[in-house]
Design a protein around this ligand. Structure first.
Ligand SMILES: [Zn+2]
Length: 232
């Protein structure tokens, strides 16, 4: 079974960046997990950090469940202060060796939000560790991640090097995003996301609605990912 692991700096980035692809993976029978690096504890002026973190974790569980995600993890780093620490590298590498994903999704490296860039840096580094015997503290079952794709949230990717047609899943993506009501009350993310995905569809010719990604690493051209691309 193809396994997919999505790393999300805050609850909602997963849905905004690759919610359509998540729903598509699930529809194709792939197993999908999501890791929230922070719980978004500075995402509200109306609630204390503990209150809004609890609210956003609940929203994330509901949204992920709506998309068919089979497991979620909350790493509970401080929102706004994510760093590529030894502790985070060990946690991410250990999870990679345990979950053994074929495909990993992360934010792209030019995202304007610090936590997003740090998630990119941290997970790319951990993917290197995961396949190397240099980190025995992370478990003995080395695992090499075949494909790493970078999604866009607030900052569009400059060059789309992979396009996924999510036309059949755009409404599922909107339904999942609606669970993040604590954030939608600040900005109309749903309209922004649908507009960006429509823009991507038109400008790439890849479908009515598309998600665009930057490729860090890609393998399995004639097996897992290729089957996914052809819609088998
Ligand atoms: Zn974010």
């Amino acid at each position: 079974m193809t396994k997919v692991l999505v790393f999300s700096p805050h609850p909602d980035d997963d849905v905004i960046g690759c919610g359509g692809s998540i729903a598509k993976h699930v529809a194709k029978g792939n197993k999908v997990g999501v890791v929230y690096m922070t719980s978004g504890d500075i995402g509200s002026l109306a609630h204390s950090p503990a209150e809004i973190a609890s609210i956003r974790e609940r929203e994330a569980r509901q949204a992920a469940g709506c998309l068919g995600v089979s497991e979620v993890h909350f790493f509970k780093n401080h929102d706004g202060y994510l760093d590529c620490t030894w502790k985070n590298l060990v946690r991410v590498t250990s999870l990679l060796r345990e979950f053994r994903p074929h495909i990993v999704y992360i934010p792209h490296e030019d995202d304007r939000h610090r936590d997003h860039r740090k998630t990119h840096e941290l997970v790319v580094e951990a993917c290197g560790w995961s396949g190397s015997p240099r980190a025995p503290v992370c478990g003995q079952n080395l695992w090499r991640v075949g494909t790493i794709l970078c999604y866009e949230v607030g900052t569009p990717v400059r060059d789309c090097s992979y396009v996924e047609d999510i036309t059949d899943y755009i409404d599922a993506k909107s339904r999942a995003l609606a669970f993040h009501s604590s954030q939608l009350s600040n900005l109309d993310y749903n309209e922004a996301v649908r507009s960006l995905n429509r823009f991507r569809g038109i400008t790439t010719g890849g479908g009515t609605y598309c998600e665009c990604f930057q490729v860090v690493r890609a393998t399995n051209l004639f097996s897992a990912r290729d089957s996914f691309r052809r819609g088998d």
